[in-house]
Design a protein around this ligand. Structure first.
Ligand code: MG
Length: 453
């Protein structure tokens, strides 16, 4: 299929509202989804201002095919995912653009098993969208619409039943919780209450313009959180992105904890408690996860970048844990998807069982990662990467996603961006200066190669 725009990116369809993402477009997506996925479909949104407009369009499209809709309201993506699997739905749709700025929105399709759609499912929806071959029900066969407000409560109950609540309660945590004005406003404060955690909240009113800060949980956006943790002497801070599939932590010393460290910590404790097991992460993940779990019988399996890929590989391998370096933790004790609420509860359990979050973080092995991007204009990224591979001096090479070259004192990953005309470079070493030098060396190599191919 050439000439047609690819609709699905790494995590669903995303775009600027009323530009790419119009009500007409979303209604047609609803028609394609209803056609492919016959039965009851659960629908939810985050807090964005365009949600109502887009949800109504989506619902109209689905109902026209004869499939029914259960509206779960404003709720985190993982809460809807749990609702879909436990409620026996044929599928689910979340209207969300996750951590993107407020002018964006998106459509994320959830399979009947509660995981994010596979590439095959997305392609089949896309084929139907472009073919226009929609099921059109008779007037008396259109789908039924109903609402169910229990999604958030069911999600909270499920998390609470999967962690050591007694230990968490006994610890009498005092934390600061930043909901980023997103969907977690409806669940995270109540989850903390159910766990017996005293949570001072920031940006806990649902507002789709994200007035507190943009919904990506970066160190810059979480300055108020880190400051409040220090000012109030809190045990730790927790922040969620707009649709709350991610959780990012601040330790008791007010340090922003990069996602790979919180993932490594959760992975280490879960693998330690089981006496071994597999962790699944994308090839771009810093080595701290691998080195943290190895002494406890843990083995790391690397995949292509993208959380649906990680989740499905975890199912195949029966992995103990998986996730991404951005605060996305996939804990199969709960479900096979990134789940910010479950990650937060698990972290509280881990800290309740030991000292402080800062001590736990300081016990992890230290690595330094440098990330760069190089613009390549109209050049084909795969041609550039193949050329670099041909000229690379022999060493271990991994072609899972892009080109990963292992050297004596670290590794470099060169891979095309999924969305923009550029190549991303990741370099990692035990020493920061070395990582920086490796990244700069490869910037030159990519630029020079791009001129030749
Ligand atoms: Mg998200």
């Amino acid at each position: 299929m050439t000439g047609r725009k690819k609709l699905f990116g790494t995590n669903g369809v995303r775009g600027v509202v009323n530009d790419f993402l119009t009500p007409e477009f979303v209604m047609k997506m609803g028609m394609a989804i209803g056609t492919r996925c016959k039965g009851r479909i659960a629908v939810a949104t985050d807090t964005r201002t365009s949600n109502r407009m887009l949800k109504d369009a989506l619902v109209s499209g689905i109902l026209s095919t004869g499939s029914s809709v259960v509206d779960a309201g404003v709720t985190p993506t993982p809460a809807l995912q749990f609702f879909v699997r436990s409620g026996g739905f044929a599928g689910g749709v979340v209207i969300t653009a996750s951590h993107n700025p407020p002018q964006f929105n998106g459509v994320k399709f959830i399979s009947s098993d509660g995981t994010e759609a596979s590439k095959e499912e997305e392609n089949s929806i896309e084929d139907t969208y472009y073919s226009g071959d929609f099921v059109r029900a008779d007037w008396n066969g259109i789908g039924r619409f109903s609402s169910d407000e229990s999604c958030g409560d069911r999600y909270i109950d499920a998390i609470v039943s999967r962690v050591d609540v007694q230990s968490i309660r006994k610890r009498k945590f005092h934390i600061v919780l930043d909901c980023s004005n997103g969907a977690s406003c409806y669940t995270a404060p109540y989850l903390m209450d159910a766990l017996g955690v005293r949570a001072a909240t920031l940006n806990a009113s649902p507002q789709g313009t994200f007035p507190g800060h943009e919904s990506e949980p970066t160190p810059e956006n979480l300055k108020d959180l880190t400051k409040t943790v220090v000012d109030t002497g809190a045990d730790l801070g927790i922040a969620h992105d707009g649709d709350a599939d991610r959780a990012v932590f601040v330790d008791d010393r007010g340090r922003y904890i990069p996602g790979e460290l919180s993932l490594a910590l959760i992975a280490r404790e879960m693998i330690r408690s089981r006496g071994g097991g597999i962790a699944v992460v994308p090839v771009s993940t810093p080595s701290v996860v691998e080195y943290a779990i190895e002494p406890f019988g843990g083995r790391t399996v690397y995949t292509r970048v993208g959380s649906p890929v990680v989740a499905r590989r975890m199912m195949e391998l029966g992995a103990v844990i998986g996730g991404e370096e951005n605060g996305g933790v996939i804990n199969p004790e709960m479900q096979y998807c990134r789940d910010g609420g479950m990650a937060a509860a698990k972290m509280l359990e881990i800290v309740a069982h030991s000292g402080s979050l800062s001590e736990l973080i300081d016990s992890l092995p230290e690595f330094h990662t440098v990330k760069l991007k190089v613009e390549i204009g109209g050049k084909r990224p795969e041609a550039i990467i193949s050329e670099i591979e041909k000229n690379a001096s022999a060493g271990k090479v991994d072609r899972t996603d892009g080109l990963k070259l292992f050297m004596d004192d670290g590794w470099v990953l060169v891979r095309p961006s999924g969305t923009e005309p550029l190549i991303r470079i990741f370099a990692e070493s035990r020493e920061e200066a070395k990582a920086r030098r490796m990244a700069e060396d490869f910037r030159k190599i990519v630029e020079e190669t791009a001129e030749k191919v």
